[in-house]
Design a protein around this ligand. Structure first.
Ligand code: GRF
Length: 199
């Protein structure tokens, strides 16, 4: 997982992974230096690494992340509040293997300050989405959403809290389904290869 801040979605995924029926496990958390999420991972006994981004925007941090993820045998990279835009190089190396959670009903409200914009633009419904990360910001295939009705007395802060509670339910559910679908796809590939070899 890649985190830059608070880490509440990371915490929700750690909690879900503790269920013996769960089909994913969290093997590595890569954090930006002062991310609170790093402490959450450490408390849960998950290995952490810190990757520092520099102002020159070099490829170094991403190459380092790529190496660490591969070393740990990571199959899916989950972003949760990761504030850096990943480069086409990284996204290409991990095509359809990077997921992100975004606090809006995509394709509505891509980008920042989604709760304030939802209220200002008079959206009647709002929520969160888990999507595949592509080169374009918040534009990849949506894998799942949770919705709520915007109330008249919602402020951006209240709405953010209400949506966050949905995020904590959504991310584990979508990751579970996605991890299972990858396992099934890989098993089907192996079976096909074995049949080809026999023929
Ligand atoms: C969440 O609202 C998520 O949708 C967005 O950033 C926030 C991260 O929160 N991408 P946390 O660090 O998981 O608590």
């Amino acid at each position: 997982m890649l985190v830059s801040g608070r880490g509440s979605n990371l915490e929700a995924l750690i909690g879900a992974a503790q269920d013996p029926q769960c089909s994913f496990s969290i093997v590595l958390v890569i954090a930006e230096s002062n991310a609170q999420g790093r402490c959450i991972a450490e408390r849960a006994g998950i290995p952490t690494e810190v990757v520092a981004y520099d102002k020159r925007r070099t490829e170094k941090p991403e190459r380092e992340m790529d190496r660490l993820l591969r070393e740990q045998g990571v199959e899916i990279v989950c972003l949760a509040g990761f504030k850096r835009l990943l480069s086409p190089w990284f996204v290409g190396r991990w095509r359809r293997r990077v997921l992100n959670i975004h606090p809006s009903l995509l394709p509505k409200l891509r980008g920042l300050e989604t709760h304030r914009r939802a209220i200002e633009e008079g959206h009647r419904q709002h929520g969160c989405s888990v999507h595949i990360v592509t080169e374009e910001l918040d534009a990849g295939e949506v894998l799942g959403q949770e919705k709520l009705d915007v109330r008249e007395d919602d402020s951006p802060e209240i709405l953010a809290r209400r949506v966050l509670a949905l995020e904590h339910r959504l991310y584990p559910r979508v990751l579970e389904d996605y991890a299972r679908s990858l396992v099934c796809a890989e098993a089907a590939c192996r079976e096909e290869a074995a049949q080809d070899a026999e023929a």
